[in-house]
Design a protein around this ligand. Structure first.
Ligand SMILES: Nc1ncnc2c1ncn2[C@@H]1O[C@H](COP(=O)(O)OP(=O)(O)OP(=O)(O)O)[C@@H](O)[C@H]1O
Length: 242
């Protein structure tokens, strides 16, 4: 089995910009701009994680623990300040609803745009177009500009494009929550199918029962650090106990 995702010593800081009073800014200027008006915040601290091909991994933790930030590093939309992230094979991420979609274009044009962003050739998209639309159940709305879509409709199309790219690594953040129940079930069945085919999955969700069903391994994050890494049931139990 080979490595699908290799994360080594990743650190990521964000700058927290506070609103300052005129007085504070004046004092800061008078002191010769010493010190920093902004504060730095460690979103990820020395995170190392190796995920093998075919593993199904849940990133778990309380709000703000760094799960989405870590997933964005794996997808490549964020880069670490220090450390490295390597992935192998085609990566498709469902991280933010509507990301990679252009609001003024129709669903049809966005399938081509999003498919290209996810690394598909035009001929591949053409070949899979009908199947993408069928899975999404968008129907006649495929020729409507996506700015008129509901968040559930966005999700349907984005999920459908992503699974049709035939990714080796599939990343999913919370967003399934915006789909209605029948579509969520359909997505979960599709995700289980991908896992059974040996694809690598990394999932972020607060739905602990759902992740325990679809993932084997759990990684618990706390204040940007990995606190526990092991069988998903044990990690879920630890999270529930904390
Ligand atoms: N672009 C950004 N700029 C500044 N701070 C950010 C940015 N992105 C995330 N953060 C901060 O980093 C921390 C970790 O955020 P992240 O979204 O990774 O947490 P999470 O574990 O996914 O949380 P949740 O369960 O609420 O989705 C949070 O405190 C968040 O405010």
């Amino acid at each position: 089995m080979s490595t699908a995702i290799e994360i080594r010593d990743v650190n990521k800081q964000f700058v927290l910009r506070h609103t300052r009073s005129m007085k504070e800014a004046f004092v800061w200027l008078m002191k010769g701009r010493k010190g920093d008006l902004s504060e730095r915040f460690h979103a990820l601290s020395d995170v190392s994680l190796t995920i093998q091909e075919g593993e199904t991994v849940a990133l778990l933790g309380f709000n703000g623990s760094g799960k989405s930030t870590l997933l964005k590093h794996i997808s490549g939309v964020m880069r670490p300040d220090t450390g490295s992230v390597h992935t192998r094979g085609r990566v498709a991420g469902l991280i933010e609803v509507g990301a990679g979609f252009h609001p003024d274009l129709s669903g049809r044009d966005n399938v081509y745009l999003n498919g290209a962003i996810l690394g598909m050739e035009r001929a591949e998209i053409e070949e899979r177009f009908d199947s993408i639309v069928e899975f999404s159940e968008i129907g006649q709305f495929i020729d409507t500009e996506v700015k008129f879509y509901s968040s559930g409709m966005y999700l349907r199309l984005a999920f459908s494009v992503a699974v049709h790219t035939d990714p080796e690594v599939f990343l999913i953040d919370e967003i399934l929550a915006v789909g209605d129940e029948p579509f969520q079930k359909k997505c979960l069945a599709k995700i289980a199918e991908l896992a059974a085919e040996g694809k690598t999955l990394v999932v972020v969700s607060h739905d602990l029962d759902m992740v325990a069903r679809i993932c084997d391994r759990g990684v618990l994050l706390d204040h940007g650090k990995i606190l526990m890494d092991g069988p998903v049931d044990e990690v879920v139990e630890r999270l529930r106990a904390s």
